[in-house]
Design a protein around this ligand. Structure first.
Ligand code: ZN
Length: 143
């Protein structure tokens, strides 16, 4: 709590923090169960992936967690030669952004040889059983 802040701001921040923790937990739990989830806005029906505590289309916080189709198209990628310490043994590795069927975009590791990557190639989510965090999500070709 910071001195001089209106109570409504403090309350809003605390509520938002709880909501963020809720959706992050839901996303991580789903990834560990080989699923991808998002949040569906109960006001405007927009589905956000990864989940968000507040709808970016209409601003509503009236949301529910929903499972989403784990298929999409690879729209961009890059090869990482020097990664953070936890990824050192994977380098070089590819990270890409996948556009899901509903237009939402999700980042993840890409397990496709670099010389075979194509813009808008069909990919599906797979999950590394050896990993227990967001790096568990690996995009593979479904063409
Ligand atoms: Zn909405």
């Amino acid at each position: 709590m910071e001195v001089g802040q209106p109570l409504s701001v403090i309350f809003w921040r605390e509520v938002t923090k709880i909501q963020i923790e809720h959706v992050v937990e839901a996303y991580e739990k789903a990834i560990n169960e080989d699923k991808i989830v998002g949040t569906k806005c109960l006001e405007c029906k927009h589905v956000a992936v990864p989940p968000r505590p507040i709808c970016r289309k209409c601003g509503s916080s009236d949301i529910e967690i929903v499972e989403v189709d784990p298929n999409g198209e690879l729209i961009t990628w890059t090869v990482i030669f020097v990664g953070p310490p936890t990824y050192e043994d994977r380098a070089p590795y590819i990270v890409g952004i996948v556009e899901l069927e509903n237009g939402e975009r999700l980042t993840g590791l890409v397990d496709i040889p670099a010389n075979e990557l194509k813009y808008k190639m069909k990919v599906s989510a797979t999950f590394d059983p050896e990993v227990k965090n967001a790096a568990r999500l690996i995009w593979k070709s479904s063409e």
